[in-house]
Design a protein around this ligand. Structure first.
Ligand SMILES: C[S@@+](CC[C@H](N)C(=O)[O-])C[C@H]1O[C@@H](n2cnc3c(N)ncnc32)[C@H](O)[C@@H]1O
Length: 285
């Protein structure tokens, strides 16, 4: 055990908490593992002292964290599902809650023998790229309004070795010719659209409201604006019998299901996340 590193972790946690930043030893270990170039589980067994340069970088990381930067945005990547994704200021930090939808979509794609999947709002690409990495027969299209997000997703597709099976399209699902811009049909459509009601954005944690892109969060006056639009466009983009997998915010599942039922979809399942919140709505055309 490296007692100096152990003490550094304890001191850093205490310093951050005293400044009102919620943190944990694990977060500090993640920062250190980046600097030391070792596994998180090996940080406490690192055999050397920090060099002055490593200490300087650590201090810079802690200062960023004091300003509420999330750890993944500081180190530039985050583990999600089974893979590691590059993240920048231009993409939503992948959330563990979203892994529920990824698991459901992977199971569903195998069961229904899906070969073409569309993601609306790819961000870092964590959803569709996990799906492609798990199921080699799937080809995908990933859409986002943000060119910078698509650049991050492209880098992640390269890193996962799935770039030749995905096409990225910069497009806005609110424009009237969106369906013709995409120009093809799919077996499955997945989306984690922005779903926070506009008036709640200011009340979010600083880690979220100051570091996730606004266009990834703001779901309009009641949080439902994107779901309503997606429900209008997906019937023409799905093959008959195709499915839509949607992540929803807390308390939104039933209303989202109703919006899609009104467009002719059948509700297949609502999956809860690990906190028991209804998080993923699965609908069949
Ligand atoms: C909640 S984030 C989800 C990102 C990623 N799929 C994930 O789960 O981590 C929503 C994404 O939708 C994109 N987006 C928002 N409005 C859009 C629109 N009108 N057309 C296309 N993409 C949009 C945002 O840029 C953002 O990347």
């Amino acid at each position: 055990m490296n007692f100096q590193i152990e003490q550094l972790i304890k001191d850093s946690v205490a310093a951050l908490i005293s400044q009102g930043v919620e943190t944990s030893a694990l977060e500090i270990k993640l920062l250190l593992s980046e600097i030391l170039g070792c596994d998180v589980s090996s940080v406490l067994f690192y055999e050397h002292l920090l060099t002055p340069q490593q200490q300087k970088q650590f201090d810079e990381f802690i200062n960023l964290r004091k300003n509420y930067a999330p750890v993944d945005k500081i180190i530039g990547h985050k583990g999600f599902y089974k893979y590691d994704f590059c993240v920048t200021a231009d993409v939503l930090s992948p959330r563990p809650d979203t892994e529920i939808m990824v698991e459901a979509a992977i199971e569903g794609a195998k069961r229904a023998n899906c070969s073409k999947v569309l993601e609306l709002g790819v961000g870092s690409g964590c959803i569709i790229l996990s799906l492609l990495a798990e199921d080699k027969k799937i080809r995908g299209v990933g859409v986002d309004i943000s060119k910078k997000a698509l650049d991050v997703a492209t880098k992640n597709a390269e890193q996962l070795g799935v770039l030749e099976r995905i096409k990225f399209v910069q497009a806005d699902w609110f424009v009237s010719d969106f369906i013709s811009q995409i120009g093809q049909k799919f077996d499955m459509i997945v989306s984690n659209p922005p779903y926070i009601p506009s008036s709640e954005i200011a009340t979010l944690d600083k880690e979220v409201k100051n570091y996730d892109p606004h266009c990834a969060l703001d779901g309009g006056p009641d949080g439902m604006t994107s779901y309503r639009r997606i429900a209008q466009i997906v019937p023409d983009m799905l093959f008959s019998g195709g499915r839509v997998y949607l992540e929803v915010g807390e308390g939104q599942a039933e209303e989202v299901a109703l919006i899609f039922k009104n467009q002719g979809f059948t509700l297949e399942e609502i999956r809860k996340d690990l906190s028991g919140i209804k998080r993923c709505v699965i609908l069949k055309k």
